[in-house]
Design a binder for this molecule. Sequence first.
Ligand code: SF4
Length: 376
Amino acid sequence: MKFVDEFRDPAAAQRLLADIEQAAADQPPRKFMEVCGGHTHAIYRHGIEALLPDSIELIHGPGCPVCVIPMGRVDDAIAVAEADGVTLCCFGDMLRVPGGQSTLLEAKARGADVRIVYSPLDALALAERTPDRQVVFLAVGFETTAPSTAVTLVQARERNVLNFSVFCNHVTIVPPLKAILDSPGCDLDGFLGPGHVSTVIGTRPYRFVPEQYGRPLVTAGFEPVDILQAALMLLRQLADGRCTVENQYRRVVSGDGNRKALELLREVFVVRPHFEWRGLGFIAQSALGIAPEFSAWDAELRWEVPGVRVADPKACQCGEVLKGALRPWECKVFGTACTPETPIGTCMVSSEGACAAYYNYGRYSARTRLPVHAAS
Ligand code: SF4
């Protein structure tokens, strides 16, 4: 399959691993953060961490869109879903994200009309088919998914669909990166930049990483050869004393990003002054709200929500995992009280969550303290 097979070629991977071994041999131990949850899954699915030299540690970042939704926003979504006449539509992995009291799945079991959709346009179509219902789309995700919500809002306005609205929880990638770099004790040596987000925003927004924080960043694709090549590019920058933004994922990502999508985001959304991230607290200008021109489709203006901040359960260490300060298996409840069947934190729920990746693929390297729990 073009653009897949060549990036899974074992011979190419072996050559890259040999080059990585050589480049790493002359350097101190390195810690690279893969920002995107998609990378975390690719790394564990393909066993990449175990192939790398021991001196290279991959740290998981905050780029899982479901993982960063705080409990209070889940409670708000449940309050909307339980309002009279509402059908709440969301992506499947939001259903089991724990709120303060329950989940959307439990709200559905109690009688709320909660449905899974694969696109916000599906929710808009449902609103047109069911004019007697108020259809609310629960929007989550980074700049990757925000354009599809924006297109849907434009279409809702064009078609004057007034029984449709969006409960907007879109977030942006640059502010949490800054928050991680600003956190005390941050000892990261470089970043594997997110692939999907960068298709929209391009690579230019990451220039602050080398310019202000002195760390290299390489935007990477999601196949094994992509990730290995990006790790090698980071090592070579460090070996050469260079520090810049490089783009390994050039077959998809450009410097400027997708200008049409960015224009759409500017038309439909405004930057919120503050937004709470699970485990990371409030981060200024890190999320998108619906612009006043689209306020008729803003669910937060249409429905009363509790809007209460809910503290994470004491046992939950998702915040530390999202900041890269803790490896998933170091959380006290990993694999015992917290599993994909009974998640305590969000990182165990989403298909992009770091804890789910560790648990599902069961590939623990010699560096981890846990035994292999599943055949891989
Ligand atoms: S094991 Fe569960 S509670 Fe602990 S960090 Fe992972 S998701 Fe959060």
